[in-house]
Design a protein around this ligand. Structure first.
Ligand code: HDL
Ligand code: ZN
Length: 414
């Protein structure tokens, strides 16, 4: 019989990974209803902060010259430095070109004004559905900040939600800038005090309940610095222990921690100026042990933390780890980390999220990650076959659905 009628294990795995739709559990994308907050198109792709950082390395011009340009001029500058004057070989550069290829746009002329014309025919709504279809993404989790003056009015006014976009309640200002945020909450009618006295912690729980309901949030989340420790007597940990975790336990909201960012190590790069440092996995383990009725989701930014985080997840069934985050979202590290996770955790992990900021990036980030996941899975299923255990296509489909967001949905379900 022809090879087609007997596809190899590798062919089946590749096909299943390519055709299984994804729940992208952490992004910075917005439902098209958020209008001007939605980033999409070639100029937003080129001014992604990953590319700004890379382009700055190719120029000696003062940073303020770049920041004085408008978005289109910034995109021209980045295109010139990273795509025309040198081969666009980095992962973030490759991503722009993968996106154009998947959109059927021929970039061989390398002419940015011509490329721009391809985007003119779309609206944010039609483009969103087109990209979701190209990327084979069924659900996108946003990052939603009640504290953001641009975003909050949309939630307060209410809007018709796109069926593929869900919300996550982001709490960095509350947990990391309490003094300032207490004033904001007080202004919104919550009886909170900077010193956490009086009704403060109960009122923070009321705030969380109000916004989790308003957003229908899937989980609460925070990005923590590498210095975060638990236990430790800090305002962050008091808010966590006496407001966020009791709220999460009572309302079935898992708590996501993204740990290891050092914000603004180079302020002149603005959003592109963040870096990383190894964080403390024992603190994550102590939190999971102290709060067995809470569900924790975690990703860490330092490559050095990945193995210990896998072991922590082996110890605590209320800990679900995810993603090759930010500086780890590169083929060499995705393969290393995914292989380690499957060897240590089997299928009880969410190998990837996109962290997209620009709608178009869904196409390239998943196009780049899927083959790596398929390669690792093919190896592992082949190792299984060597033992005499042969998986069926249906079992591969079940497993891949779990890895591409199905397992996460089951974990956060309350
Ligand atoms: O804090 C976060 O969620 C990070 O993902 C940052 O937003 C970071 O700027 C980023 O976009 N990483 O991919
Ligand atoms: Zn993010």
């Amino acid at each position: 019989m022809s090879a087609q009628s007997h596809p190899t294990l590798c062919q089946v795995v590749n096909e299943v990974v390519e055709t299984t739709s994804v729940f992208d559990i952490h992004t910075h994308l917005f439902d098209p209803a958020f209008g001007s907050l939605v980033s999409w198109g070639i100029d937003d792709l080129l001014t992604y902060h990953y590319l700004i950082a890379e382009a700055f390395r190719c120029s000696t011009e003062p940073a303020e010259v770049f920041w004085s340009l408008d978005k289109s001029q910034q995109a021209d500058w980045i295109w010139q430095h990273l795509f025309l004057e040198r081969s666009p070989i980095s992962e973030a550069c490759r991503g722009v070109l993968t996106t154009l290829r998947l959109l059927g746009i021929d970039a061989r002329k390398r002419d940015l004004p011509t490329l721009r014309k391809h985007f003119a025919k779309w609206t944010p709504e039609s483009y969103t559905d087109h990209i979701l279809q190209i990327a084979n993404v069924r659900k996108v989790c946003m990052t939603n900040l009640p504290f953001d003056d641009q975003e909050r009015p949309y939630w307060e006014k209410g809007f018709t939600r796109h069926p593929s976009f869900v919300a996550a309640l982001r709490l960095d200002p509350l947990l990391l800038e309490w003094e300032k945020t207490a004033g904001q909450l007080h202004g919104w009618g919550y009886d909170v005090r900077a010193d956490l006295s009086g009704q403060t912690l109960g009122e923070v729980r009321r705030f969380l309940g109000d916004w989790a309901l308003k957003m229908d949030s899937q989980y609460c989340m925070v990005s923590l610095p590498p210095e975060w420790r638990f236990p430790e007597n800090t305002v962050t940990n008091r808010l966590l222990q006496e407001a966020i975790l009791p709220f999460g336990r009572d309302h079935g909201q898992a708590f996501a921690m993204m740990i290891g960012v050092r914000r603004g190590v180079n302020p002149e790069l603005r959003m592109a100026g963040d870096s990383l440092a190894p964080a403390d996995v024992p603190s994550v383990e102590a939190l999971c042990a102290a709060y067995p009725k809470n569900k924790f989701i975690c990703t860490m930014l330092a490559r050095e933390n990945q193995h210990a985080l896998c072991v922590a997840a082996r110890k605590f069934r209320n800990l679900h780890i995810f993603g090759c985050w930010w500086f780890l979202n590169n083929p060499s590290l995705i393969e290393e980390i995914t292989r380690m996770r499957i060897e240590l955790l089997g299928l009880g992990v969410t190998p990837q999220h996109s962290d997209c900021r620009v709608m178009d990036q869904l196409a390239y980030k998943w196009s780049h990650s899927r083959p790596i996941l398929a390669k690792v899975l093919s190896e592992k299923y082949s190792d299984l076959s060597d033992t005499g255990w042969h998986v069926t296509r249906a079992e591969i489909e079940r497993d891949v659905h779990q890895l591409l967001g199905g397992g996460f949905e089951a974990f956060i379900k309350h």
